[in-house]
Design a protein around this ligand. Structure first.
Ligand code: CP
Ligand code: NVA
Length: 306
């Protein structure tokens, strides 16, 4: 059976660690993998906009000798009513893996059931596992190891927060998520992350107190207040989320060597101030670069090429 990565929870703790090890190898010696995906092809389907995910996946495939076909849903027959199942069945006859960015998680699950090749979640409303792998690699590079490190996520309990809760728990980190009331991560994810953390000696904390959550943190992380699909709520959310802005005061509450992450795209003056994202603690450009290395590793692993 082919493996799918629709959630961080589709990977065991050991597999996350092995993928990060492979990402570091691929990053250090890219030339060793230049032909690893020779003759293989990957379909990238986008039902939402993307800069980083699209470019990093296309280049990850090209740099390993494979061929990527990028498709926007509006150009596919999918946009004219062909089912996701039929799309999956047909693409499976042409390509070796399918990467999908979409809305409902269920769409990925339906695609994965119909497809006979690995399916990768390139962001859904529920999770962003590829982002999480790059985030974990970045923390590992800066802090040396993940276990025992404290990462605080500020803002909306969204797809990125969900994947960090699971990925942080799998790697023995202490994950804190501070959100306004009504914007908490979904209880099922918090419960699952807590269960995983009890096995890895990590921990999970959800709170409404942003300052408490930042105290002593090794990493401070934020994301947009209105995700793709929530644009109409942006101004209302901006009022509710103000106390969760990642600003210089919150940075001063973290450890002196605190690292600031943001999955991007960023809105300076909203979820993060310009002085913080462009300041000395920020590792967001390394984080964005790491999408390339972790996705190479993910494809190599899923396609049995490393
Ligand atoms: N972080 C991220 O997934 O960026 P894009 O939306 O540009 O792909
Ligand atoms: N939470 C954001 C992440 C963008 C990469 C969104 O879904 O729009």
């Amino acid at each position: 059976m082919e493996r799918d990565v629709l959630s961080v929870d589709d990977l065991s703790s050991e597999e996350v660690t092995r993928l990060l090890d492979l990402s570091q190898k691929v990053k250090a010696h890219p030339g060793d993998y230049g032909e690893a995906l020779k003759g293989r092809s990957v379909a990238l389907i986008f039902e939402k906009p993307s800069t980083r995910t699209r470019v990093s996946f296309e280049l990850a495939v090209a740099a390993t000798g494979g061929h990527a076909v990028t498709l926007s849903a509006s150009e596919l027959q999918l946009g004219r009513g062909e089912t996701i199942e039929d799309t999956g069945r047909v693409l499976s006859r042409y390509v070796d893996a399918i990467v999908l960015r979409t809305f409902e998680q269920e769409r990925l699950e339906v695609l994965a059931r119909a497809a006979s090749v690995p399916v990768i979640n390139a962001l859904s409303d529920f999770e962003h596992p590829c982002q999480c792998l790059a985030d974990l690699l970045t923390v590992r590079e800066v802090k040396g190891e993940l276990a025992g490190r404290t990462l605080t996520f500020l803002g909306d309990g969204n797809n990125v927060a969900h994947s960090l809760l699971l990925g942080g728990a799998k790697t023995g980190m202490n994950i804190r998520v501070a959100t306004p009331r009504g914007f908490e991560p979904i209880p099922l994810i918090v419960q699952r992350a807590t269960e995983i953390a009890s096995e890895t000696r990590g921990s999970v904390l959800t709170t409404h107190d942003a300052r408490e959550a930042c105290a002593g943190a090794d990493v401070l992380y934020t994301d947009v207040w209105a995700s793709m699909g929530q644009e109409s709520e942006a101004s209302e959310r901006a009022l509710v989320f103000q106390a969760y802005q990642l600003d210089a005061e919150k940075v001063s509450l973290g450890r002196p060597d605190v690292t600031v992450l943001h999955c991007l795209p960023a809105h300076r003056g909203h979820e993060i101030t310009a002085e913080v994202i462009d300041g000395p603690h920020s590792a967001v450009w390394d984080q964005a670069e790491n999408r390339l290395h972790t996705q190479k590793a993910l494809l190599l692993w899923l396609l049995g090429a490393a």
